[in-house]
Design a protein around this ligand. Structure first.
Ligand SMILES: [Fe+2]
Ligand SMILES: [Fe+2]
Length: 261
């Protein structure tokens, strides 16, 4: 077993929120913008299992280290969704209804997911895993940055505490995805070429393919416009630059600019 996987498996756990008093939100509710942002994050965290369905159709399922990671990753993302649902519930909103509504709303997009992944995997072969690991690293970097920006913007101590706990787990997802991506890209020139191509051609901000466009635009503007937001997107781009074969893409910065426009 790779050491990064052993370390991750040892620490993977349900997000601990037992000591957090969510009724605090009834006394001091979040503002409308922060709540709108949390609805997006809730829906996307809860969509992880559907994304996993698509991934398991690809070459990723052949590698036991990857499937072990994905098992715990999916479990942890589920509890992130549940924790955010508790925040929404304290504001009188029903998270479970949102999850069901989203899956019904997706329609053909949901049916295209398996086909797109199968096609990508058939074309890329083993290199598909490098694409997937790189994609995962970028999405986890973006997600962690999004939570950090929401904590900074909402200025609510209880929300900040919850988001920082989620961010610590996203940090462990990052460690796994990024180290796998680095190794696989380093070892395989074809994987470097295909990953660079796939990112340039298909990468979109997390949730952009499954959430309604006005919500994507709102979230990107709310979290990533302005000097602090831009510093965050550029930091992610510098991390991508350090992966083998991916220098100079300016992926996140340009995606944020075109989404917000
Ligand atoms: Fe998460
Ligand atoms: Fe994550």
């Amino acid at each position: 077993m790779p050491t990064d996987l052993a370390a991750y498996q040892d620490r993977a756990a349900r997000l601990d929120t037992a000591d957090l008093d969510f009724t605090e939100f009834e006394r001091r509710p979040l503002n409308d913008d922060a709540l709108r942002c949390l609805r997006y994050m809730h829906d996307v965290e809860n969509h992880t299992v559907c994304y996993l369905r698509d991934l398991l159709l690809t070459a990723a399922h052949k590698d036991p280290a990857i499937t072990s990671f994905l098992t715990f990753w999916n479990f942890e993302e589920f509890w992130h969704g549940e924790a955010i649902a508790s925040v929404l519930a304290a504001h009188g909103e029903n998270g479970a209804e949102r999850v069901s509504a989203m899956r019904h709303r997706l329609g053909w997009k949901d049916r295209m997911g398996p086909l797109a992944h199968l096609t990508g995997s058939a074309l890329a072969g083993e290199s598909f895993i490098a694409i997937h690991m790189t994609w995962g690293a970028i999405n986890e970097w973006s997600t962690q940055a999004g939570y950090a920006r929401l904590a900074a913007r909402a200025q609510h101590p209880l929300l900040s505490e919850l988001l920082h706990r989620i961010m610590r787990q996203e940090g462990r997802h990052i460690e796994f995805y990024a180290s796998e991506a680095r190794e696989r890209l380093e070892a395989d020139p074809r994987a470097r070429r295909l990953t660079r191509f796939a990112l340039k051609r298909f990468w979109k901000p997390v949730g952009a393919t499954v959430m309604p466009s006005p919500e994507v635009r709102f979230l990107i503007r709310y979290l990533f416009e302005g000097a602090d937001g831009q510093a965050m997107t550029r930091r992610i781009d510098r991390r991508i630059d350090r992966l083998p074969g991916l220098r100079g893409l300016a992926l996140v910065d340009s995606a944020v600019k075109s989404t917000a426009a």
